[in-house]
Write a protein that binds this ligand. Structure first.
Ligand SMILES: Nc1ncnc2c1ncn2[C@@H]1O[C@H](COP(=O)(O)OP(=O)(O)OP(=O)(O)O)[C@@H](O)[C@H]1O
Ligand SMILES: [Mg+2]
Length: 616
């Protein structure tokens, strides 16, 4: 079993296609939008950063220029006994001032970039969260989108290096330019040689960072599995089974197998880079020393003064390191831009379920109710037909229940009703109008739903309830009322800090609740909502018999005159509905009130008998 799983994992690692060189160049298209985002996040800081980088950039050329005059003056004095010029000490002071300014400006530029990067990280983090919360369930279920989101999260938020690199690129380019002008002034043909000499190193650099990115890309699914193993292998939810089934070593082993493999891949690449990269850089050094030898030769022949020699050697060294730096910084930025591909693509993922322009407001009150008309549905990317041609109505003021065995599509019906997905065929109507015509957020405002897998917010009890209607600040009173309705008040009154009690065990001072207690808290959210349609998907699965009875007694009272949809496996609950729909094989097999269905002696009666028999 293990080896089979291992194989599928490797297949997923290999099937994730890495970007080609062309895509990589195309990624440079990302630079403008990214620059736009950086500018939007921190305009003042970007301006400051660029300004100071430009200032720092021109200083080396200026300093070399001053040095040349200092040295020539000194040489003249020793060779010919000429007096040093009157401004000589000013030159020395200027040299010192330039050095100080260089240091100060580059620190200021650094500061501006640190602040920019931090503001950018904040900005991107916020945008990712906003975007993630807007996406459909489908996006979360699609591994490709999920991988993208993962990469966007990790790589989109930490762009300090990229912002620094952009600042450095400006500085290096300008420094190269000014030094090149100096070199060109004395020996123009040195420049092309220098340029050609750094090319191999640049190509090598680019090639390997590309391979690095591809590797990283291919490793994403494996890294996601590692994250998963890390979570399963050490979390509160799994620790009970982990211990009792003795699963610890199993998870550790799987984890190490993956890390070993990833490590081997990383080292293999690093080794190739070491060998090829060193060779290519050596070529560059050769070119640099060639021009250096030439300058010395010319000086020996007396064509260059010692001052010029100093200036040229300094400028050549500076220009060659800077050209090299420009190339590698640029290549670094190109890679960073690739990482931004994930981010930009993630931002480009649009929800498939959305409100039309000029969508309708949901009627208040709803007059006729909901109608499923020949609805069929398959989950996106899956061929299995979960619902086939389902038709039923949920009329105003009606309480209906859905029953059926596991996996028959009960929760799916709820997801369609609240438009977490759109139907594959057929229509869902609200007051005779297709659900897709209504504004989505407005629809959600009118529906209170507690899902089977409701969320246990690791926040205070009051906040947990307030989540039911977060758009409005909730008074303590309204929270208390909702809690009373759902019986959560009994749970809360036993907590040491009552409504202010932190729930869950993630944070300090938190108190964990039992399944049923959590359920009562979640239920309070639905009551807080004051919606026209209330949906409870197995809301009482963890409740004890007495609580369940009480909860439903109240539910019946509280939803009197409203529409409600219940899903439950307990017939004691289900029988309270005005109408019961029996789902089987993606169709409605039967519907009617409890007594009618019993009389029919069909599927419902059979299931009821089965459950009742257990109690006799
Ligand atoms: N996100 C999903 N992607 C693909 N298939 C899904 C998804 N969610 C559910 N299904 C499939 O749809 C079918 C119906 O699922 P649904 O959750 O509606 O069942 P249910 O009637 O609520 O079952 P239960 O009583 O266990 O809650 C299941 O067979 C399941 O495999
Ligand atoms: Mg379900």
């Amino acid at each position: 079993m293990d080896s089979a799983k291992e194989k599928t994992r490797q297949e997923t690692v290999e099937s994730a296609t890495a970007p080609t060189l062309r895509e990589r160049l195309k990624a440079l298209n990302n630079v403008p939008p990214v620059l736009g985002m950086i500018w939007e996040a921190a305009p003042r800081e970007v301006f400051g950063g660029v300004l100071f980088r430009v200032l720092v950039a021109v200083l080396p050329a200026a300093a070399l220029f001053v040095t040349k005059y200092i040295i020539d003056a000194l040489v003249a004095r020793y060779d010919h006994g000429t007096a040093i010029p009157h401004y000589f000490w000013w030159l020395v002071a200027a040299e010192f001032a330039l050095a100080c300014l260089g240091m100060i400006f580059s620190r200021v530029a650094d500061f501006c970039e640190t602040v920019t990067a931090d503001l950018f990280t904040r900005y991107i983090g916020k945008r990712i969260m906003e975007h993630a919360s807007r996406l459909d369930l489908t996006s979360y279920e699609d591994p490709v989108v999920y991988d993208k989101m993962d990469r966007a999260r990790v790589q989109g938020t930490d762009r300090v290096a990229m912002i620094r690199a952009m600042g450095q690129l400006i500085q290096q380019a300008i420094t190269t330019l000014t030094l090149a002008v100096q070199v060109a002034f004395y020996a123009p043909w040195i420049l092309p040689i220098l340029f050609v000499a750094v090319l191999p190193a640049f190509v090598g650099e680019t090639h390997f960072s590309f391979l690095g990115y591809s590797l990283n890309f291919r490793q994403t699914p494996a890294r996601r599995e590692m994250d998963y193993l890390r979570i399963v292998g050490g979390s509160k939810d799994s620790i009970k089974e982990l211990k009792l089934f003795g699963l610890g070593p199993f998870f550790v082993n799987r984890y190490t197998t993956i890390t070993d493999e990833l490590h081997a891949q990383t080292v293999a690449l690093a080794r190739r880079k070491l060998i090829a990269g060193t060779f290519l850089t050596l070529l560059g050094t050769l070119g640099y020393y060639g021009t250096y030898a030439y300058v010395i030769y010319e000086t020996v022949l007396g064509r260059f003064s010692i001052g010029t020699l100093t200036l040229l050697t300094g400028a050549i060294a500076g220009a060659s390191t800077n050209i090299q730096a420009v190339f590698s910084t640029f290549s670094g930025i190109a890679d960073q831009a690739l990482f931004m591909t994930d981010l930009l693509e993630f931002f480009a993922v649009r929800p498939r379920v959305f409100s039309k322009p000029n969508a309708l407001r949901v009627p208040r009150p709803i007059r006729q109710g909901f109608e499923f008309r020949n609805v069929s549905f398959s989950y996106p990317g899956h061929s299995r037909v979960v619902l086939g041609n389902v038709s039923f109505t949920l009329e105003r003021g009606e309480r209906i229940a859905l029953v059926g065995e596991n996996g028959q599509g009960k929760t799916t019906i709820v997801k369609l009703l609240v438009r977490l997905y759109d139907v594959t065929a057929g229509q869902i109507l609200l007051d005779g109008v297709d659900l897709r015509e209504y504004e989505l957020e407005d629809l959600w405002k009118e529906i209170g739903v507690i899902f089977q897998d409701f969320v246990r917010y690791e926040m205070s009890a009051a906040q947990n309830i307030a989540m039911g209607r977060i758009e409005q600040a909730q008074s303590e009173e309204s929270i208390r009322v909702a809690a009373e309705k759902s019986l959560a008040d009994q749970v809360i009154s036993r907590l040491p800090k009552k409504y202010g009690q932190m729930l869950g065990s993630r944070f300090e001072g938190g108190v964990d609740l039992s399944g049923g207690e959590w359920q009562k808290i979640a239920l309070a959210r639905a009551y807080l909502r004051d919606a026209q349609l209330l949906i409870l998907d197995e809301p009482t699965a963890s409740l004890d018999a007495r609580s369940e009875h009480e909860v439903f007694q109240r539910f019946a009272e509280l939803t009197e005159g409203k529409m409600s949809l219940l899903i439950s496996h307990r017939f004691s609950t289900v029988r309270m509905a005005n109408r019961i729909l029996v789902l089987e094989n993606g169709r409605i097999a039967e519907q009617g009130a409890h007594d009618e269905l019993l009389k029919n002696r069909g599927r419902y009666a059979e299931m009821f008998e089965l459950q009742a028999a257990n109690y006799r």
